[in-house]
Design a protein around this ligand. Structure first.
Ligand code: GRF
Length: 190
């Protein structure tokens, strides 16, 4: 059974989708959820699912001990599901090609520092884009620039608001993220 670590600091709907999927397809278990917001919804999900959590601050995030702690869980993948801090280079290098992020746009468009959440969807609508979607990619040392694994598209409708577009994008995320992780895990030996 593979171990995966999820980094999340938001509502946690992607974390929940991954957990639910893995109940049906027990190829891996979420062995730890790392979070930087003490009031994040994802912590309630972790409690309900009996998954250990690690609450970090900027100092512990940069500390070499953080890498040792993560390594103890022997993760096949580290999955960023709504985690905004830039991953320290030491962590990226230690877990080379094992850290996966999901971004709510078709990268390279609407990515980079400060492009997250509703800002992404606002920018897509303001630019009159006809399509948006999601990008699942490896994490390297530069925000949103690691190698792309999968993209999925959806329409942007004439009367979309950032909220309605976000809903459509979230549906893509919840479907494709767990299935992409499953595909990647099958490439590794456990
Ligand atoms: C998702 O839209 C994801 O693409 C982005 O952050 C959001 C997290 O949502 N990186 P949730 O916390 O999983 O509901």
């Amino acid at each position: 059974m593979h171990s995966i670590i999820v980094f999340a600091s938001g509502a946690g709907s992607n974390a929940q989708a991954i957990i639910n999927y893995l109940k049906q397809h027990p190829i891996a278990k979420v062995s730890l959820i790392v979070c930087n917001k003490p009031n994040a919804g994802v912590l309630d999900i972790a409690a309900a699912e009996n998954i250990p959590t690690l609450l970090i601050d900027k100092t512990s995030f940069q500390d070499a001990v953080f890498i040792t702690t993560l390594a103890q869980y022997q993760p096949s993948l580290i999955v960023l599901a709504g985690f905004l801090w830039k991953i320290p280079d030491g962590v990226v290098q230690f877990f080379s090609n094992k850290i996966i992020n999901i971004h709510p746009s078709l990268l390279p468009k609407y990515g980079g520092k400060n492009m997250y959440g509703q800002r992404v969807h606002q920018a897509v609508i303001a630019a009159n884009e006809k399509a948006s979607g999601i990008t699942i990619h490896y994490v390297n040392e530069v925000y949103d620039e690691g190698e792309i694994i999968v993209q999925a598209h959806c329409s942007v409708l004439a009367d979309d608001t950032p909220e309605t577009l976000a809903q459509r994008v979230h549906q893509l995320e919840h479907y494709y993220f767990p299935r992409t992780l499953h595909f990647l895990l099958e490439q590794y030996k456990s």
